[in-house]
Write a protein that binds this ligand. Structure first.
Ligand code: NAP
Ligand code: F7E
Length: 338
């Protein structure tokens, strides 16, 4: 029997890869899409005419549009990927972020509960390593206490516990994927990996003089989105709902990322000045190609995130295929040729 899935956030980075994965497996895929004034997302443009894909207008802040969707379709699986997903922006829009990233999760689970679908519909929630924030242990696993450091992290904490509560209270097959940063050629250009990749390519092509960044010494565990949507799918197929960390277990700084990208286009980068707002990066001809702009600092920074994915490996058999190096190579290649 054909399975039916709903993906909220289908126009986002992960939504595009998950839609591809589920359509390849023969699913009927429904996607929740916001009405926007520009063309529908480039990430699913190649899937728009797929006979098993149906898009619906709606918004996580609009309960009526969600209820209508759940009333009309029997979803076997719901993947909640929709969110205001930018940590820095969440400081500018804290209330909206709480509404969508926190209360939005509750709205979806209430649709499942009130329509009597608790035994029929499995639920995946896009939780995040930002829950660990100011980390209390390293590496972080499913048992590490949370200490969110942004309105985004706080809103996602509400979502995380709501999922756990609905699982325990109503027996819903609901899982939290605590996903560490994951990137790809489809990553939004305002996230640090894509911003650096696209900036370095423009500098190499002579189209831009320099890139402006914030904290170069933040460290992250960066994986590839394709690997991570496979992990989401495995959580939903498992016998019972649970919470899992997906991460590579490899740590790199923003500074290393900048160096790796310039290296890929044969530009030798040298740092000058002490770490902080006055530090610059120069090329072999003495041109300044990296500047620090304090506008990109955050009111409260998350200095280090490093995940321990042992549980996902042992229980779900999940293992990332990409490394940090192959992920950056793919992003650079895409930016150079598109
Ligand atoms: P993304 O590229 O920013 O995509 C977010 C998606 O949510 C887009 O489709 C966006 O629609 C949609 N959306 C935003 N506000 C909405 C609203 N009010 N109602 C309905 N849809 C809305 O994010 P991503 O990188 O794919 O991440 C997917 C999910 O995983 C997010 O929940 C994010 O918080 C979480 N997460 C991401 C990472 C990561 O490193 N990528 C790590 C951990 C967790 P538009 O296209 O119209 O903007
Ligand atoms: O920042 C530093 C910045 O915006 C990474 C989201 O997908 O992953 C993502 O959140 C680091 C931070 O990702 C710039 O201060 C320096 O320390 O790429 P980012 P993020 O904040 O880690 C988590 C897991 C999510 O759940 C989120 O949805 O890089 N940084 N200079 C900069 N960051 C940005 N964006 N821009 C800069 O110029």
């Amino acid at each position: 029997m054909t399975k039916t899935a709903l993906i909220t956030g289908i126009t986002g980075q992960d939504g595009g890869y998950l839609a591809e994965l589920l359509l390849d497996k023969g699913y009927m895929v429904h996607g929740l899409q916001r009405r926007v004034s520009s063309e529908p997302s480039r990430r699913i443009a190649h899937l728009i005419n797929h006979p098993n894909l149906k898009l619906h207008y709606g918004d996580l802040s609009d309960t009526g549009s969600l209820m209508k969707l759940f009333d009309l379709h029997l979803f076997n699986e719901v993947y909640n990927l929709a969110a205001q997903s930018h940590v820095r922006v969440s400081f500018d829009m804290p209330e909206y972020t709480a509404e969508v990233d926190g209360i939005g999760v509750l709205k979806l689970l209430e649709c499942i509960r009130t329509l009597g679908m608790t035994e029929h519909t499995r639920f995946y929630q896009a939780s995040t390593s930002e829950l660990y924030g100011k980390v209390v242990e390293t590496p972080q696993s499913e048992t590490t206490p949370f200490y969110p450091r942004s309105p985004y992290g706080v809103a996602k904490q509400f979502g995380f516990w709501t999922v756990k509560n609905y699982r325990e209270s109503y027996g819903i097959h609901a899982s939290n994927g605590i996903l560490f940063n994951h990137e790809s050629p489809w990553r939004g250009s305002e996230f640090v990996t894509q911003k650096i990749v696209q900036g370095v390519v423009k500098i190499a092509k002579g189209e831009q003089s320099h890139i402006e960044l914030g904290n170069l010494d933040a460290e992250r565990d960066w994986g590839h989105a394709k690997d991570y949507v496979e992990g989401m799918y495995r959580m939903v197929q498992h016998d019972y709902g649970d919470d899992y960390v997906l991460a590579t277990g490899e740590l790199h700084s923003v500074r290393e990322l900048v160096e790796a990208c310039f290296d890929a286009v044969d530009i030798r980068l040298r740092w000058e000045g002490k770490p902080g707002p006055d530090e610059i990066g120069v090329d072999e001809n003495g041109n300044t190609i990296v500047k620090i702009n304090p506008d990109f600092y955050r009111p409260a920074e998350v200095d280090l995130l490093l995940g321990n994915p042992t549980k996902a490996k042992e229980v779900l058999g999940w293992k990332p295929q990409y490394t940090f190096v192959s992920m950056i190579e793919e992003m650079m290649q895409f930016a150079l040729t598109n």
